[in-house]
Design a protein around this ligand. Structure first.
Ligand SMILES: NC(=O)c1ccc[n+]([C@@H]2O[C@H](COP(=O)([O-])OP(=O)(O)OC[C@H]3O[C@@H](n4cnc5c(N)ncnc54)[C@H](OP(=O)(O)O)[C@@H]3O)[C@@H](O)[C@H]2O)c1
Length: 307
């Protein structure tokens, strides 16, 4: 006869709901939760965050304790032409999630952007600095921040900048494609900021959820270091060549923003001061070069594994 099992019954971990799970950060968070053996519910477009009934229906019977919202309208230039849609998703959708979280007693983790700032000063922006978005996308994200804070106490709001990762559309993947396909690449050298590697952010968020942190509030998060887009592009080329993902170097021309007109106005220097997330949430923050190196190791591994 086998000995009786005296261990206490396993307590299921509180349920997590990841929205925007098919996006760049959403896919990275899904991978991170999975790697940690953390079960989670996932949704994307099929559960429209603009629709409060659909949201309520989705979480029926699921005992959701954490909502991690990666759903967003992120087309910065297009938002100039469809501001109502940007607002409906980035403010209305966030308000719906915040109201639902309040009803459920759940915690909402949400992401915003350095584009809520004007970027017209030298010093990094702290969480207490007043936002002044220049674009309709930035404005819609700022409205989302305000509605989140108005509807819910149990929230974490992370402003991140220059997000990139293995999945989705982002500057690093766009540069790699350009370096492979073009004879010469032009990149602006008068806009400064800090990249955010999605995998490093996702690891910090998953730890926050695992720890059940209640240090709610607004936090800035990005990799350490301040660079221009041109600096970033040059580093991407160097890493790409070293990793064997690029066969040859391509002339890289530095241009002013005025030579690369875009629909939406971007901040020239929206640098986020990230100290609070490190000191209060114990977030691990790495140098942007180190994280770019991690990205390239992962990218090379994935390309090698591809049949
Ligand atoms: N990317 C950056 O450089 C950057 C910088 C700073 C902050 N952020 C913020 O970081 C967060 C994650 O960004 P990301 O780059 O991972 O975004 P993303 O790749 O655009 O992913 C957003 C996801 O949300 C989905 N979605 C759009 N509208 C929806 C709706 N009404 N209901 C449900 N799902 C909807 C999108 O579907 P479709 O693809 O079909 O639209 C997409 O799968 C966002 O809050 C963003 O504002 C991003």
């Amino acid at each position: 006869m086998s000995a009786p099992d005296l261990r206490p019954p396993a307590v299921p971990a509180p349920a997590i709901w990841l929205t925007g799970a098919a996006g760049m950060l959403g896919r990275q968070l899904a991978a991170e939760f999975s790697a940690r053996g953390r079960a989670f519910h996932a949704s994307d477009r099929e559960v429209d965050i603009r629709d409060p009934l659909a949201l309520r229906e989705f979480c029926r019977g699921k005992d959701i304790r954490w909502i991690v919202n990666c759903a967003a309208y992120t087309a910065v230039d297009r938002a100039e032409d469809e501001p109502d849609l940007a607002l409906a998703v980035n403010a209305g959708g966030v308000e719906n999630l915040a109201r639902l979280a309040a009803t459920l007693g759940a915690t909402l983790v949400h992401f915003s952007t350095d584009y809520v700032f004007a970027g017209d000063r030298q010093e990094p922006y702290t969480e207490d600095d007043p936002p002044r978005p220049l674009s309709r996308y930035g404005w819609s994200k700022r409205q989302g921040e305000l509605r989140l804070a108005a509807c819910l106490d149990r929230y974490f709001l992370f402003r991140v900048s220059w997000l990139y990762g293995i999945h989705g559309a982002n500057f690093v993947l766009a540069m790699l494609k350009a370096f492979r396909e073009k004879e010469k690449v032009r990149v602006v050298d008068d806009q400064f900021g800090s990249p955010t590697y999605a995998a490093a952010l996702a690891a910090n968020i998953a730890r926050l959820v695992d720890d059940g942190s209640e240090r709610f509030g607004t936090y800035h998060y990005c990799d350490r270091g301040v660079i221009s887009w041109h600096d970033f592009a040059a580093a991407i080329m160097a890493h790409g060549l070293r990793a064997g993902l690029l066969k040859k170097s391509v002339p890289l021309e530095a241009i002013p923003s005025s030579a690369y007109p875009a629909r939406a106005q971007r901040p020239l220097r929206a640098v986020l001061a990230g100290g609070k997330a490190e000191s209060e949430l114990d977030f691990r923050v790495s140098d942007w070069q180190a994280n770019l190196g991690e990205f390239f190791r992962e990218k090379a591994r994935l390309e090698e594994a591809r049949p």
